[in-house]
Ligand binder design. Structure first.
Ligand code: HEM
Length: 128
C-alpha cells in the first residue's frame, strides 16, 4: 500500500542487506572506484547498510550509531568527480538488477540515490 515506506515496500532489512552485498563487490572491482576505497570493504558495507535503512524510511540505524550523517562532509576527504559519481550509480544499477529490484519503487530509489550522488561531487574531472 502507498502508506508503506520504500524500506517496507521492498522487504525491509533482508532486501537492503542483499542490495549492499551485491553493490560493494562491484565498487571494489570498478577501476574508477577501487583506488578510493579501503581493501577491507566490510566496515563500509556495514555503514551503508545502516545508512540506506534510514534513507529509505526504515529505523534510524546509522544516526543511532554514528550521529548526523553529514554525508557530503564525510565524503570530503575523498576525491569525488562526476565520473566517479556515474561509476557509483552504475554499480548501484547493476546491484538492483542482481537482486531483482524493479518497477516504480526501484526508479524512485534510484532517483533519490542519483540526487545524493550528484551532491557528493567535490572535485572537477581531470579532463573536461
Ligand atoms: C563512505 C565514496 C556516494 C553513502 C564512502 C567512502 C568513500 C565513498 C571512498 C569512505 C570509505 C572509507 O571508510 O574509507 C563514494 C563515491 C560516491 C559515493 C565515489 C559517488 C558519488 C554515496 C552515496 C551515498 C553514500 C550516494 C548514500 C546514498 C556513504 C556512507 C559512507 C560512505 C553512509 C560511510 C560514512 C561513514 O564513514 O560513516 N563513500 N560515495 N555514498 N558513503 Fe559514499
Amino acid at each position: 500500500a502507498s502508506n508503506l515506506s520504500p524500506y517496507e515496500s521492498i522487504g525491509g532489512a533482508d532486501t537492503i542487506s542483499r542490495l549492499v552485498d551485491a553493490f560493494y563487490p562491484r565498487v571494489i572491482a570498478h577501476p574508477d572506484l577501487a583506488p578510493i576505497f579501503p581493501t577491507d570493504i566490510t566496515p563500509v558495507r556495514d555503514k551503508q547498510y545502516l545508512f540506506l535503512t534510514q534513507f529509505f524510511g526504515g529505523p534510524p540505524l546509522y544516526t543511532k550509531q554514528y550521529g548526523h550523517p553529514m554525508l557530503r562532509a564525510r565524503h570530503m576527504p575523498h576525491q569525488i568527480t562526476k565520473k566517479r559519481a556515474q561509476a557509483w550509480l552504475s554499480c548501484m544499477q547493476q546491484a538492483m538488477d542482481e537482486i531483482g529490484l524493479q518497477g516504480e519503487i526501484r526508479e524512485f530509489m534510484y532517483s533519490r540515490l542519483a540526487m545524493t550522488a550528484q551532491h557528493m561531487v567535490n572535485q572537477e574531472d581531470d579532463e573536461p
